[in-house]
Design a protein. Structure first.
Length: 268
């Protein structure tokens, strides 16, 4: 059994041994590398997080930095949602970052149950810990460049824990990550990485982050005019590269590639 799958299965068994959580208890994260207290969780349904331990998760590249994640329980999530991509059919959960208007909207539309902004409009870091049916969504705050200066806690990395998988979206990341960030992120089986080469971070910096995360599956996004080979070449021979002629893929804990693989979906 691959080490990553063994570790995930062990975490699932440990989680199963924990008594049922009350609505005001924190949710144990199976993806976090360092055990620590989580912010108060919001339960949006009567299902406990990760009810569907196994099953396929569908990931679709909608455009720009928007990926649509569909869980085995039927929850639809759109990342960096501006309303341009991923709105049909309407998702139940959307995440946003405010670096540019192509990553958020002030009018997400009726019918979206949960709008998770990567920043706190009232100041300070955004804190999300949301359970909806079979998915647990949390965030790790990061800083952004605005008007030539760094704004603390202006964006977030969002992490989706579903079907035993840890799926991360790096968002509009503007700085290298520190050890505390990696600890808060934890294990990522699938990571969505911006490779624009400068609007977020340089390819060199993004390669460093992606290599340290060492996810089984890397999904590039936010590419603009950067040649895809510039990113894949810098990642080196330790990562396989796979081009798909579809905008969608299905993945489960058992179907993760044995070798870390950069998967380029159609449209990226």
């Amino acid at each position: 059994m691959p080490l990553r799958l063994f570790a995930a299965c062990l975490a699932t068994l440990l989680l199963a041994s924990i008594p049922a959580l009350a609505a005001d208890d924190p949710v144990p994260s199976k993806c976090m590398a360092i055990a620590q207290a989580l912010p108060d969780v919001t339960y949006a349904s009567f299902f406990q997080a990760q009810t569907f331990v196994d099953g396929d998760v569908t990931i679709t590249y909608a455009g720009h930095s928007t990926y649509v994640i569909e869980t085995p329980g039927g929850v639809r999530i759109a990342t960096d949602y501006s309303g341009i991509y991923g709105s049909d059919p309407l998702p139940r959960i959307v995440t946003m970052n405010k670096a540019h208007r192509t990553h958020y909207t002030d009018m997400p539309g009726q019918g979206i149950d949960h709008v998770l902004r990567g920043w706190n409009p009232e100041g300070g870091p955004a804190r999300h810990a949301l359970v909806v049916d079979d998915v647990y969504v949390r965030n790790v705050p990061t800083d952004i460049r605005r008007f030539g200066e760094m704004e603390r806690d202006g964006n977030s990395i969002f992490i989706f824990e579903v079907a035993g998988l840890c799926i991360g979206h790096l968002g509009h990341l503007h700085h290298r990550l520190e050890d505390a960030h990696y600890g808060a992120i934890g294990r990522l089986d699938v990571v969505m990485v911006p490779i624009d080469g400068g609007m977020t971070l340089s390819i060199d910096a993004m390669t460093e982050i992606t290599t340290r995360l060492y996810s089984s599956m890397i999904l590039p996004m936010h590419r603009h005019s950067t040649p895809i080979g510039e990113f894949t070449g810098m990642m080196g021979d330790g990562f396989a590269v796979e081009f798909r002629n579809s905008r969608s893929l299905t993945v489960s804990l058992r179907s993760l590639p044995a070798r870390p693989t950069i998967v380029i979906l159609d449209g990226v």
